[in-house]
Design a protein around this ligand. Structure first.
Ligand code: SAM
Length: 268
């Protein structure tokens, strides 16, 4: 982690060879400083809400869900949407800076007092108490886990947080298309800010490194693991989920190559 000498704020740090940064723990050094401040410009709450429509609310309501654990709260977009739709929501994240922003966003968008918990997915049950009807892990967050061991551990922790008939909703970028050279990577449903460029800087089987360029000239990066769709479906099945429905850009049968996949995984 580096500190900006002028502002005293911690900023992203990828060392001498950013392409060698392939560690799960590194996300705590990526969601800091300017990247946290800029995140909402990247996703644009209003446009994102319009793009998603009622998809998540409908999926949850159809299953009788009342309580939701948002494990990748980020700046709070889904937590706030779900509170407004009447769900009891707990908002967890491993980045205290993102959670602080989420808390402020909750207050600023309807005066909601978010119940925030700073927790890493790998030790979720140690830090978050209770059982939930649903766990959501959205916004291409699971991609931050760089080892299969960490992915299995995190999914087992999500599974254990759920009631016996609970549901996990988890999404991912369509990395298959990226790895197979089929897509450029503009994600109009998720990164809705029109003035922000999200460009894949480097892609190989073990790393997708994206560059985010903002109108003020600032630039940030995220190093992510390029999950293949069927690989994640397999992990969900291995951990015990009985039924997994996968949507492409919120459609059951997308016409074109989707930007994102959303898996709805049921325990029973
Ligand atoms: N869900 C939000 C959205 O859609 O705008 C935020 C998405 S952001 C891409 C990913 C979030 O996942 C970050 O806030 C990051 O701190 C969190 N995260 C990544 N790895 C994590 C881990 N191992 N444990 C807990 N949180 C993690």
């Amino acid at each position: 982690m580096t500190e900006n000498v002028l502002t005293g704020i911690r900023e992203q740090f990828f060392g001498d060879d950013p392409l060698e940064v392939r560690e799960t723990d590194h996300y705590t050094q990526e969601y800091v400083g300017g990247m946290v401040d800029k995140w909402d410009d990247l996703i644009d709450w209003e446009r994102r809400a319009a793009g998603e429509g009622r998809f998540f609310v409908d999926q949850l309501k159809a299953r009788g869900v009342r309580s939701v654990l948002d494990v990748a709260t980020g700046t709070g977009f889904h937590s706030v949407q779900l509170i407004e739709a009447g769900f009891e929501t707990v908002s967890a994240d491993g980045s205290p800076q993102m959670l602080a922003k989420a808390f402020r966003n909750g207050m600023d968008n309807g005066g909601h007092l978010l119940r925030v918990v700073n927790a890493d997915w790998r030790w979720l049950n140690r830090d978050v108490h209770g059982e939930f009807d649903a766990v959501i892990c959205l916004g291409n967050s699971f991609t931050h886990l760089f080892s299969e061991h960490d992915r299995r551990k995190a999914l087992a922790e999500f599974y254990a947080m759920l009631k016996h008939d609970g549901v996990l909703i988890i999404d991912q970028r369509n990395y298959d298309a990226l790895l197979d050279g089929k897509a450029g990577g503009k994600s109009s449903y998720y990164y809705c800010g029109t003035e922000v460029e999200a460009v894949p800087d480097h892609v190989d089987d073990g790393l997708a490194r994206y560059r985010y360029e903002f109108p003020d000239g600032s630039e940030y990066h995220l190093n992510m693991y390029p999950l293949r769709r069927d690989y994640l479906r397999g992990l969900l099945r291995d951990v015990g989920f009985q039924r997994i429905d996968t949507f492409g850009d919120f459609q059951e049968h997308p016409v074109d190559e989707p930007d994102f996949y959303i898996h709805v995984a049921e325990k029973t």
